[in-house]
Design a protein around this ligand. Structure first.
Ligand code: AMP
Length: 219
């Protein structure tokens, strides 16, 4: 079982790559963004508070996010290995994760930083949407379904756009990334766990590099 973190700004492809790794290696995708959106949709107190913060493009409090991850890591399905997608996003969260993993007798195998150029991220994110049925990702320009409005993967005809995938919110999210999350590359570099991958290129080629890292870690 391999546990890894995908680091990178919004739009770098963390979710896409996590989904691909789930398929190829059977690992579990733990996306704090997804867990927070689910909490917001359920209307829990933490979910309601988080919703406003997310729609403004800011980071949800460390306390809420760490509590959510702590609960999720108590589910037995994490035993297959976890891809942390969108967590940690601050040094406080990274330190909390170290402690959580230690308490739960789990180990972090490696960290990948998906390296991209900011300028491309706004365009990538503003055009993206997903299938409401299976979650497959699409883009207005770069990846439209073969048959208009029908998911290539599952045939679903309903699609979703995230409320925070608009140009203004994306700029806020990028700023939050540079201020709060980018120091994590140094944090994990110092621990000897960091791998950098150029994530501007072909999705499949990036996926192949990630598969290799997982293979290497599970030897
Ligand atoms: P994502 O789906 O990873 O792009 O996350 C969407 C939004 O959820 C972010 O812009 C934040 O508002 C919030 N969020 C997700 N993960 C975290 C985290 N680890 N720490 C703080 N806020 C988060």
């Amino acid at each position: 079982m391999t546990n890894l973190i995908l680091l990178g700004p919004p739009g770098a492809g963390k979710g896409t790559q996590a989904r691909m790794l789930t398929e190829s290696k059977g690992l579990l995708q733990l996306s704090t963004g997804d867990l927070l959106r689910e909490a917001a949709a359920r209307g829990t107190q933490a979910g309601k508070a988080a919703k406003q913060v997310m729609e403004a493009g800011n980071l949800v409090s460390d306390e809420i996010v760490i509590a959510i991850v702590n609960d999720r890591l108590d589910q037995p399905d994490v035993a297959v290995g976890v891809i942390f997608d969108g967590f940690p996003r601050t040094v406080v969260q990274a330190e909390a994760l170290d402690k959580l993993l230690k308490d739960k007798v789990m180990k972090l195998d490696f960290v990948v930083s998906l390296e991209v150029q900011d300028a491309a991220m706004i365009e990538r994110i503003s055009g993206r949407y997903t299938c409401a049925g299976c979650g497959e990702g699409y883009h207005d320009i770069h990846k439209v379904p073969a048959k208009p409005n029908v998911c290539d993967n599952c045939g679903e005809t309903e699609f979703r756009r995230r409320a925070d995938d608009n140009a203004e919110t994306v700029s806020e999210r990028l700023m939050a990334y540079h201020a709060e999350t980018s120091p994590l590359t140094a944090y994990y570099h110092d621990k000897g766990l960091l791998n950098r991958i150029d994530a501007m290129g072909d999705i499949g080629a990036i996926g192949a590099q990630l598969n290799e890292l997982v293979d290497e870690a599970s030897k």
